[in-house]
Write a protein of this length. Structure first.
Length: 75
């Protein structure tokens, strides 16, 4: 299982496996224990976790109605 957490130092959203004890932030390098960080969401697969992160980022940006984006092909 995967969880989405927020770095306690810089606020960056991070993905972490639930069987891991710690997670290093890709933005600031801070290492935090997963058990002590508030979990923002849970997902069964990495793909679901990425979609959840996109939803959380869209919500934070004021775009409550997130829908997956698709590139338009052609002219």
């Amino acid at each position: 299982m995967y969880v989405v957490v927020r770095c306690p130092r810089c606020g960056e959203l991070l993905l972490a496996k639930t069987d891991s004890r710690t997670r290093s932030c890709t933005s600031c390098g801070h290492r935090a224990e997963i058990a002590t960080i508030r979990v923002l969401g849970r997902a069964n697969t990495p793909g679901e976790a990425v979609e959840l992160m996109k939803q959380l980022k869209a919500k934070a940006a004021g775009k409550e109605d997130y829908t997956p984006g698709f590139r338009r092909l052609g002219p």
